[in-house]
Write a protein that binds this ligand. Structure first.
Ligand SMILES: Nc1ncnc2c1ncn2[C@@H]1O[C@H](COP(=O)(O)OP(=O)(O)OP(=O)(O)O)[C@@H](O)[C@H]1O
Ligand SMILES: [Mg+2]
Length: 324
């Protein structure tokens, strides 16, 4: 869906590339998260995708079309791509309603289509349209502003979203809630999303795919599981942290390591120690501790499908700790 092929960016007056030979692909309907320290080139990559910044070298394709082609009109391109900018960037002298309706307005949607769209979007991001539509950005909390920023980027229903630290300006609790709400929305929307953060935990939670950057270069890309279980080098290892075993337990679904069997030990029935197939392996561990046992049963929506033992969990952890 989005392809970068050996993309470079050297800003005028500088010698060190802000982005250096970066290649990757974002599949349709996926969230690709870019993570890395400040100044590593994350924002520059997003801005090259919608041509707010022109690459110095390499090619960028969207749906097979080279977007850096002379024939492509950058303004039209940008209207097809929702963009949540790093500093939220709401227009301070416009109301929430005017901010959210900006792109549909530019696209000359009829008035009677715009108003219901704004109402729908505000509700979708968890705001009360009655309460906030006529307010100005300064009258909102940081979390509310970020929701408005997301609603604005979604306004014209673009197939692609670029989101630059969209939940950066709020405390961890609100951030967690926004992340979950957004993932729930994404299940229905299935947008192709490039999402920037410098928080590896956010990357692991939000990403179908993670691209790790350092000093303009792509250091590693892969699924959260691949990044956690096989960090490419010391930089990635430090970035994912010393608690990657715990993250792996949170990330791995029980159904991925369940031993499928009809033969559920009587102890599991007696102690009623069951978890769901969609629960993280972490839940299996918690249940073992709570019920003072070393085996749990696993159920899907309709039936019992197998067991997870303490040994199965140990194997999962050993898989990644072996190389430390
Ligand atoms: N317009 C510009 N002119 C010159 N240098 C720039 C320009 N924009 C960005 N840079 C430089 O390019 C590098 C990458 O910047 P970028 O904004 O992409 O980083 P980032 O990964 O988004 O960082 P942060 O996490 O702090 O937002 C930095 O060294 C920055 O100083
Ligand atoms: Mg940035």
């Amino acid at each position: 869906m989005i392809v970068l092929d050996k993309v470079d960016k050297v800003f005028p007056g500088t010698t060190i590339p802000a982005v250096n030979q970066v290649s990757f692909q974002v599949d349709e309907g996926n969230i690709c998260v870019f993570v890395g320290p400040s100044g590593c080139g994350k924002t520059t990559i997003l801005r090259m995708i919608n041509r707010l910044v022109e690459p110095s070298g390499g090619d960028i394709y969207i749906k097979g079309k080279k977007v850096s082609d002379k024939g492509v009109n950058p303004d039209e391109l940008r209207r097809e791509i929702g963009y949540v900018i790093q500093q939220i960037g709401l227009m301070p002298h416009r109301t929430v309603e005017q901010n959210v309706s900006l792109v549909p307005y530019l696209l000359k949607w009829p008035e009677d289509k715009i108003k219901p769209r704004v109402k729908y979007l505000l509700e979708m991001v968890g705001l009360d349209p009655e309460e906030v539509s006529r307010k100005y950005p300064y009258q909102l909390s940081g979390g509310m502003m970020q929701r408005v920023g997301v609603a604005r980027a979604l306004a014209a229903d673009p197939p692609i979203m670029l989101m630059d630290e969209p939940f950066g300006a709020v405390d961890p609790i609100v951030r967690g809630r926004l992340q979950e709400e957004f993932l729930r929305l994404q299940k229905e929307m299935k947008k192709t999303i490039c999402f920037v953060t410098h928080d590896i935990n956010e990357a692991i939670k939000m990403g179908d795919h993670i691209v790790i950057m350092n000093e303009g270069k792509l250091v590693q890309h892969g699924t959260p599981m691949e990044i956690l279980s096989e960090p490419a080098d010391g930089f990635v290892k430090d970035l994912v942290g010393t608690d990657r075993e715990i993250k792996l337990l949170e990330l791995t679904k029980s159904k991925e390591i369940v031993k499928r069997t009809d033969d559920i030990p009587s102890e599991v029935w007696e102690k009623d120690s069951f978890i769901l197939a969609i629960d993280p392996v972490q839940r299996a561990l918690e249940t073992m501790m709570k019920k003072d046992t070393n085996i749990v049963g696993v159920r899907d929506e309709t039936e019992t499908i197998g067991t997870i033992s303490w040994n199965d969990i140990k194997k999962l952890i050993n898989k990644i700790s072996g190389d430390q």
